[in-house]
Design a protein around this ligand. Structure first.
Ligand code: ADP
Ligand code: MG
Length: 398
């Protein structure tokens, strides 16, 4: 299975996926039945339920059904009374796994283990009960219980192993993706500075020519050209205002003075839009590890959104408070606010409700806050305004 996964992730075997992977637990099921634990004639047991449950939970209901059919056919051909308890308990567990398997993959590790153990326990209890009551099995109850306990431990271990190696491949994948992204973002950052100047210069000259134009059609084209240039500038602003060609080293920065600096940067935009800024930042220097420019980009994007939400003017309140090692920054506006649907989509790349928006600002801010180990929360009421809360762990007070 590991080799198959590797082939898939290195793109050598693109469509190996599902069915081929589902084959392995089935082979294990058959092997378990071919080589059971034989203590004496009456004592033949095996651990087939471990691969069975694992495969059915990860593979989904169809995989489970196929396992059931194959396993029962094989078991039937072996003969003996043991077929009926098997039929009963495994049909039951197939139904149970098919119900939970739809959500299984989204569970966290603890719950996955719990579900797998529960499924195994279910088979254990049912087959013990059926064997002892209806088929007066020669195996004593204590043996059944011991066996079931071992099986539960087995399924938990197997699930753990499977999770570990799936996660390893996910990690591998994300490292590969991350490498690509890193190259692109370095490139983008180094180009952005070079591109912004020509954009500004071109825009200036276009405007100059525009004022001399008489032809309405040409004026229309000119307006389009200027708008497109503005859009390109906007993307650079949202994305890369403070980006440097190479990542800055992570420094110990004074958050408070960075916030004050950011406020001075957005002040002109605020005045232009009739927005007054009300800041409550009376804290001593507070330090944390971060890249200065990224933090500023983040604050800039959030405050710019707040100001843009108040097209009729309003108040932007920036408040900073500290509780033990947690620093809270809230940026509140009295603007248009957001609906539930908008709230749930914010931060999605290219999600924007603005005619000239890029939908990149909040995506960038989110990733910056995440990289700083912080939290970003929105509180918003349509028509009343929005508050963005940022929370960071900071250094202990010295
Ligand atoms: P852009 O500003 O280019 O639209 P963003 O990623 O910065 O992209 O924001 C995405 C969307 O989130 C905005 O289009 C807007 O609908 C919504 N939004 C963000 N901040 C606010 C806010 N303070 N008030 C109202 N809506 C907001
Ligand atoms: Mg924005």
């Amino acid at each position: 299975m590991q080799i198959l996964y590797l082939l898939k992730y290195t793109n050598l075997l693109k469509r190996s996926s599902g069915w081929l992977l589902a084959l392995f637990p089935l082979i294990s099921v058959i092997l378990c039945m071919m080589y059971p634990v034989v203590i004496n004639d009456n004592f033949i047991l095996d651990f087939r339920r471990i691969p069975f449950i694992l495969g059915a939970l990860y593979g989904g209901k169809w995989v489970g059904l196929i396992y059931l059919i194959v396993m029962l056919s094989y078991r039937f051909s072996l003969g003996g009374d043991g077929f009926y308890p098997t039929l009963f308990s495994f049909s039951l567990v197939t139904v149970a796994t098919s119900i939970v398997s739809a959500h299984f993959l989204n569970l966290d590790l603890k719950k996955k283990l719990l579900v797998a153990a529960a499924m195994d326990g279910l088979v254990g209890i049912v087959s013990t009960f059926v064997s002892l009551t209806f088929f007066n099995s020669q195996i004593p109850l204590s043996m059944w219980i011991l066996f079931s306990c071992i099986s539960v431990i087995g399924v938990v271990l197997a699930t753990l192993i499977y999770e570990v190696f799936i996660n390893q491949f996910k990690l591998l994948h994300s490292v590969m993706e991350g490498q690509k992204l890193k190259v692109v973002s370095h490139l983008a950052a180094s180009i952005s500075h070079e591109v912004r100047n020509p954009l500004t210069v071109s825009r200036g000259f276009l405007q100059l020519i525009d004022s001399d134009l008489k032809d309405r059609e040409k004026k229309g084209y000119m307006k389009l050209a200027i708008n497109e240039l503005d859009r390109a500038t906007e993307i650079i602003n949202d994305y890369l205002t403070f980006a440097k060609p190479y990542p800055e080293s992570v420094d110990r920065i004074d958050i408070i003075s960075e916030i004050k600096h950011s406020i001075s940067v957005i002040q002109p935009l605020a005045s232009m839009m009739n927005v007054s800024i009300n800041s409550k930042i009376d804290l001593p220097p507070t330090y944390m590890q971060s890249e200065k420019r990224k933090f500023q980009q983040c604050l800039l994007n959030i405050s710019k959104n707040a100001i843009e939400a108040m097209s009729e003017g309003g108040t932007l309140t920036i408040q900073v408070s500290r509780n033990e090692n947690e620093l809270r920054i809230s940026i509140q506006d009295t603007g248009v606010g957001m609906t539930e649907e908008q709230l749930s989509r914010i931060g999605e790349p290219f999600f924007t409700t603005k005619e000239k928006g890029t939908g990149l600002g909040m995506m960038v801010s989110h990733s910056i806050v995440k990289a700083m180990g912080g939290e970003l929360l929105y509180e918003s009421k349509s028509g009343q305004g929005t508050t963005v809360h940022l929370a960071f762990q900071v250094e202990e007070m010295g």
